[in-house]
Design a binder for this molecule. Structure first.
Ligand code: GLN
Length: 242
């Protein structure tokens, strides 16, 4: 088996080392004998979504998001088709905001891809915190770090998780991220997937199921280190606050 992972605009959207998430997906595939090819698309490159099984859209500063926004118009239609045909997407922070209709900043409006019915508005003060979520998709909590000025409103969409510690989408709703079809959008940037192998495996499994058109079960890997760290973070932030 093999999959192709597309990294969109690593030249502009690579805040906090989103590339590490790609490495994690690739390694977890290889450890199971699944070949994983990574294709990087820089701004201006043509993106052939038909060849892709997982798409990663990383984080960026407002300035970079503004630049990338013009490039997005060129791929919007094909990207939409990919999402509607159950293509797997992981969009982090700035990338998450770009999934929606717009991101209103103090310096202007950044138009999004309109792949998911959501929008973002910049408000005073940044939401910076360690964060722990409980997502319906996994037994283990999802742990990470958030740093965003934008507040995201997801309407009737399903959130990625319930915030157990931290701020989440807007600091008030108690929810974080979004799940739409096989798209996950989240504010948890940096090493989201290395810290949360359950999320990496979810993406890989969904990609394989779509590609090979049958249910898949991934071989278990030794994630004892990650589980230990997850436990530590849960106890440190959630248990302590209870
Ligand atoms: N520029 C966006 C914000 O501040 C996203 C930042 C990020 O990707 N970390 O809300």
């Amino acid at each position: 088996m093999n999959i192709t992972i597309g990294h969109l605009y690593p030249d502009l959207l690579n805040l906090y080392g989103d590339r590490g998430n790609i490495q994690c997906l690739k390694k977890r595939c290889e450890w199971r004998g699944i070949r994983a090819e990574v294709k990087e698309f820089r701004s201006g490159d043509k993106v052939d979504f038909q060849d892709l099984d997982i798409v990663l859209l990383g984080g960026g500063s407002d300035r970079e998001q503004m630049i990338v926004c013009n490039k997005l118009k060129e791929i919007r239609e094909d990207f939409k088709e990919y999402v509607e045909s159950d293509g797997v997407v992981i969009a982090v922070c700035g990338g998450y905001q770009l999934l929606g209709k717009y991101y209103q900043t103090d310096d202007g409006l950044i138009e999004g891809l309109e792949l998911v019915d959501l929008y973002t508005e910049q408000k005073e003060g940044r939401l910076i915190s360690n964060i722990v979520l409980k997502s319906d998709l996994f037994d283990l909590p999802v742990v990470g770090f958030e740093n965003h000025g934008g507040r995201t409103f997801i309407g009737a969409n399903k959130p990625f998780g319930k915030v157990l510690y931290g701020n989440g989408n807007d600091g008030e709703s108690g929810y974080e991220g979004v799940v739409y079809k096989n798209v996950i959008g989240t504010y948890l940037h940096g090493p989201l997937l290395p810290k949360n192998p359950q999320v990496a495996d979810y993406l890989i499994r969904k990609a394989l199921e779509r590609k090979y058109n049958r249910p898949m079960e991934l071989k278990e890997l030794d994630d004892s280190e990650e589980k230990g760290a997850n436990d530590y973070i849960y106890n440190r932030f959630v248990k302590k606050a209870e």
